[in-house]
Design a protein around this ligand. Structure first.
Ligand SMILES: [Zn+2]
Length: 392
């Protein structure tokens, strides 16, 4: 950590590397009041550390690596250059949290969490909720060393489960992104998921912006982007093929069990899912249950109960489907996204409209096409290919 208290309770910070601070112990941890020592090594920038045997309730959460120190220092400088007066390592007694960087911008309080090490999803969620309970918006900025592109597909990325907690959205179009930062090159990265494959992998567009060209509002609101190449579309079709032909292990999963019962009531089974299910849609980050499963359940449960050419409202859809979504499917906590459940449903309705299964009216939608279950796997995959050509 960069901050400690002196004997006279004065707060001193080592974040300004240009400052030559005279080493005049003792120093104390602002959180636990235990004595800390100034580390003046050459591998890591100068910082304070607890004595090894002592565990501080807050400081132990993140090992103080050079990457973490450098990130805090660079982001501090970047905020200052944006006309902000941030506080580094501000301890918030009410929630027992220490924000890496804390600042106020247009009357809104923000905390930057520069995260290098992996933590549990639970820890990330609790930290986020604690900040929100104090009306502070946490901005999770991950170390760029965490960006893991899965070769040979450069647009396929591995996302650690806790990183999803930091997902934020662009207001005007609900596009979502994770934010990363490289202290060594002073560059921000934005990862916009385009098609979530599994709970830990997604196809995404990655953008970079040099910190000198990045105003604070771009970090808060997320930058405008042009969609990437979508080279991943072929891989998505392959994924559909796997869902059909690969042996399905459905036991012990409540979502598969639920879907399978629904298919059985129609004398069918999961691999014979409709060609209209299992496609990437806006808002899909919320649903961890496999895309072909939740979209099939949506189609079968909802659309089969609404007769052809009958109209239905948004409320009908949400009331019918939200309980299933919450009780039968695995969903992700996205605390920084507004109405994630509703937006995932809306994303799928938009796709069904594009496929001309639904037609939008002033009060809702009309179902204009029948949903068929293929009778063979080959027929199913033919339906997939047909839909593939119409939606991509
Ligand atoms: Zn401490």
């Amino acid at each position: 950590m960069f901050v400690a208290l002196t004997k006279t309770n004065e707060r001193i910070s080592l974040v300004h590397s240009s400052n030559v601070v005279r080493d005049n112990p003792p120093y104390y941890c602002p959180v636990c009041q235990q004595e800390v020592v100034m580390k003046k090594g050459t591998k890591r920038r100068w910082h304070f550390a607890h004595r090894q045997s002592y565990e501080c309730s807050v400081a132990s959460a993140e090992p103080e690596t050079e990457e973490h120190l450098a990130g805090k220092a660079e982001l501090y400088k970047w905020l200052c250059s944006n006309g902000i007066s941030p506080t580094i390592e501000l301890f918030l007694p009410a929630i027992q949290r220490r924000a890496d960087l804390f600042f106020t911008y247009r009357n809104q309080k923000y905390a930057i969490e520069f995260q290098c090490a992996s933590i549990s999803e639970k820890e990330a969620l609790e930290r986020t909720k604690d900040y929100l309970s104090e009306y502070i918006i946490p901005l999770w900025i991950f170390s760029s060393q965490r960006i893991r592109s899965l070769q040979p597909e450069p647009s396929r990325f591995s996302i650690h489960s806790f990183e999803w907690i930091g997902l934020r959205e662009r207001h005007h179009d609900h596009q979502r992104a994770l934010t990363y930062f490289s202290p060594s090159s002073s560059t921000f990265y934005f990862l916009f998921p385009q098609a979530v494959l599994t709970s830990t992998t997604t196809f995404a567009d990655l953008y970079s912006l040099a910190a000198v060209n990045t105003g604070l509002s771009l970090i808060i609101r997320l930058p405008a982007t042009i969609n990437g190449s979508r080279d991943w579309r072929k891989s998505w079709l392959y994924k559909k093929k796997q869902w059909r032909y690969k042996r399905n292990d459905w036991r012990n999963h409540k979502d598969k069990y639920y879907a399978r019962r629904l298919f059985a009531s129609l004398r069918s089974d999961i691999p014979y899912f409709p060609g209209e299910a299992g496609w990437p849609v806006n808002g899909m980050e919320y649903v961890e249950t496999s895309t072909h499963l939740w979209q099939s359940v949506f189609l079968l449960q909802l659309l089969t109960t609404i007769p052809l050419y009958h109209s239905f409202s948004w409320r009908t859809v949400v009331e019918a489907f939200s309980p299933i979504m919450s009780s039968q499917f695995t969903t992700r906590s996205l605390p920084l996204i507004t109405n994630p459940l509703e937006n995932s449903i809306l994303g799928y309705l938009e796709l069904l409209q594009k496929m001309k299964i639904l037609h939008q009216t002033t009060t809702g939608w009309i179902r204009t096409e029948q949903i068929y279950l293929p009778r063979s796997l080959d027929e199913g995959f033919e339906m997939d290919k047909k839909r593939y050509r119409s939606i991509f």
